[in-house]
Design a protein around this ligand. Structure first.
Ligand code: PNS
Length: 164
C-alpha cells in the first residue's frame, strides 16, 4: 500500500520551516501532497493559485511531492486524495494544544486518519508566516526566513496591500 501523506497549511507565504518539513517528510513517505488551504479566515497575501505556483517552483526537484489547493475540511481533502496520513510541524509547546485538538477532531471524524508531528528544526523553531509578513511589512530583511527567489513577490504584495 502506498504511504501517501498530506502536509496541509496556509503557506502565506511558505517559509524555510515549511520547506524543511516537506523535505524531511518526502523521505519518510511514498508521496507527499502539500495541501494549500483556500478558504483561510484571514485575507491572504497571495491567493491560493499563486501559493500553489510558488510551492511548485520551490519543490520541483522532489519527484514524490505535489501541490494541490483545497477548500473545506481537511478530512474531505484527505479522502479525495486517498491519503490517510497528515503531517504537521511542531515548533513549540504552544503549537501542541491547538494541533492536538485539530488532530483529534479529524480522527474522531475520520478514524483512518493519523496525524504525524515532525519536530521543527531548531533553526526555524521561531519562524512563522505571520512573522515573515510582520517583519517584511516594516521593511525588514526576510532572507533568513524565506527563499531569495520569492522575496521580491512578498515585498511587492505587502506594498500593494498597504496601498489598498
Ligand atoms: O498553516 P496553518 O494556517 O496553520 O494551517 C492550518 C490548517 C490548514 C491545517 C487547518 O486550518 C485546516 O486543516 N483547515 C481546514 C478546515 C479543517 O478541516 N479544520 C480542522 C477541523 S476543525
Amino acid at each position: 500500500m502506498i504511504k501517501r501523506a498530506i502536509y496541509p497549511g496556509s503557506f502565506d507565504p511558505v517559509t524555510f520551516g515549511h520547506l524543511d518539513i516537506i523535505k524531511r517528510s518526502a523521505g519518510m513517505f511514498d508521496e507527499i501532497i502539500v495541501g494549500v488551504l483556500k478558504n483561510s479566515a484571514k485575507k491572504p497575501l497571495f491567493n491560493a493559485d499563486v501559493r500553489v505556483t510558488i510551492l511548485e517552483g520551490l519543490l520541483k526537484e522532489y519527484d514524490n511531492v505535489r501541490v494541490e489547493a483545497f477548500e473545506g475540511l481537511l478530512i474531505d481533502f484527505a479522502k479525495k486524495m486517498d491519503a490517510n496520513i497528515i503531517v504537521r510541524g511542531l515548533r513549540a509547546v504552544t503549537d501542541f494544544e491547538y494541533e492536538l485538538q485539530i488532530a483529534q477532531t479529524n480522527r474522531v471524524q475520520y478514524e483512518n486518519l493519523d496525524t504525524v508531528f515532525l519536530v521543527t528544526d531548531l533553526n526555524y523553531s521561531y519562524l512563522s508566516s505571520s512573522i515573515v509578513k510582520e517583519f517584511a511589512g516594516f521593511g525588514g530583511d526576510i532572507s533568513k526566513f524565506v527563499p531569495a527567489s520569492i522575496i521580491p513577490m512578498i515585498e511587492e504584495a505587502i506594498k500593494n496591500k498597504k496601498e489598498n
